[in-house]
Ligand binder design. Structure first.
Ligand SMILES: [Fe+2]
Length: 396
């Protein structure tokens, strides 16, 4: 059950690979109606709902649980954005205190990440900290259903739950964390505030794009990524401008879902850079990943040269040239245009980063969030140079 890809030289995606994704997807407006049947199919008679207080306050949890009929459920609403290890400990405590037979995650990436680990902590004893790392769960988790309420993280289809430990992002990775079912109903995203639409949509755009640039990309993740990029780059500004644009909302939910499939190729340095600025500036995850995205595309263009034309087509960009560098620059401009429409800073300077801090950020990026799957290998000097470009706002 280990995800594995053979890497070919020259920026082509691997044609020899394995891909494991056992999650059932139920997608579309009104798909929430299927929740009760899906719960029954999993024999979920006493599920724990894992969510956050905003979901409870805005009535979304009620909307979701109303679909469960007479199933007896309990609610854990203690999830916070970018959850700390303490939140994982609290959810572990809750799920182990009673006898639950399933977990239902309702919310964005943080809620779903905590729901995924809750299902695993129910059957795997010991402190959550011992599971930070790769493939550390010995026992199969409880069945789980994810109900995303944003269009961004794709967490409903990934092997990862993120936790913040002592101010740094860390990963709990296991194929056993893949949920049993994802019920993805774009209706739930209609009431998402503008700022959340922007941030989560940029996360989806980053997932699809960075996965496409990864050395671990394969034909399945590429197909998902290219379609995801097309959907998100063509609909994010529409969904942001008019939250009731149902076609745009549907495209965003689908684009985010495809991003979850693409994520199996893992992220490259865009997400790493995002982590270094997110905590310092208290930025939503998606915004922190969106800011470096244009620079990453331009920087990676030559390393993934054979793939750049298709990337440009997915972004709807005509560079007037098939030269990878020019394609990269044209796509970077398109992404900067999207950032501008969403009111997101387009440089680290605009964000408020001090020039003197750049070496520290570059150092943290390499030491804490290194990427063995990045086709561009960075040393300290190259990473410093990239941070300087991002600070100045120039992609070249
Ligand atoms: Fe992300």
């Amino acid at each position: 059950m280990v995800l594995h890809a053979v890497v070919l030289a020259g920026g082509d995606s691997a044609t020899s690979f394995s891909f494991y994704l056992p999650t059932k997807v139920v997608f579309g407006f009104g798909s929430l109606d299927a929740l009760s049947a899906e719960a029954r199919a999993l024999s979920a008679n006493r599920p724990l709902i894992v969510t956050d207080r905003v979901m409870v306050k805005t009535g979304i949890v009620e909307k979701v649980t109303a679909k469960l009929g007479d199933v007896h459920f309990e609610v854990f609403d203690g999830v916070e954005a970018e959850p700390r290890l303490e939140v994982a400990e609290a959810v572990a405590d809750r799920v182990r205190r009673d006898t639950f037979d399933a977990v239902i995650g309702v919310g964005g990436g943080s809620a779903m990440d905590m729901a995924k680990v809750a299902a695993a902590f129910a059957t795997n004893p010991g402190p959550p900290k011992q599971y930070v790392g790769n493939n550390l769960f010995a026992r199969r988790p409880l069945p789980s259903i994810m109900v995303p309420t944003t269009a961004g993280t794709g967490a409903e289809l990934t092997v990862t739950s993120m936790v913040t430990v002592a101010g740094h992002k860390q990963w709990i990775n296991s194929p056993l964390l893949l949920p049993s079912v994802a019920v993805v109903d774009p209706e739930l995203t209609i009431t998402m505030p503008k700022s959340v639409t922007a941030a989560t949509g940029l996360d989806a755009l980053s997932h699809n794009t960075e996965a496409y640039l990864s050395d671990e990309a394969n034909v399945i993740t590429d197909a998902a990524a290219l379609e995801g990029i097309k959907l998100v780059s063509g609909n994010l500004v529409k969904a942001y401008s008019d939250g009731n644009d149902r076609k745009a909302r549907e495209a965003m939910s689908l684009g985010a879902l495809l991003g979850g499939i693409a994520l199996h190729a893992r992220m490259v340095y865009g997400h790493s850079i995002g982590y270094t600025v997110a905590t310092r500036f208290n930025l939503p995850h998606g915004v922190s990943c969106g800011i470096p995205l244009p620079y990453i595309i331009a920087r990676y263009a030559e390393a993934v040269a054979p793939k750049m034309q298709k990337l440009a087509e997915a972004y709807g960009v005509d560079a007037g040239s098939r030269e990878p560098k020019k394609l990269g620059e044209a796509i970077a401009q398109k992404v900067k245009g999207i950032l501008a429409e969403l009111g997101v800073p387009r440089s680290l300077k605009e964000l408020g980063v001090k020039e003197a801090d750049l070496p520290n950020l570059a150092d943290e990026c390499l030491k804490t969030y290194g990427r063995t799957n990045s086709p561009v290998v960075f040393d300290a000097e190259k990473m410093n140079h990239l941070y300087t470009q991002m600070w100045q706002g120039i992609s070249e």
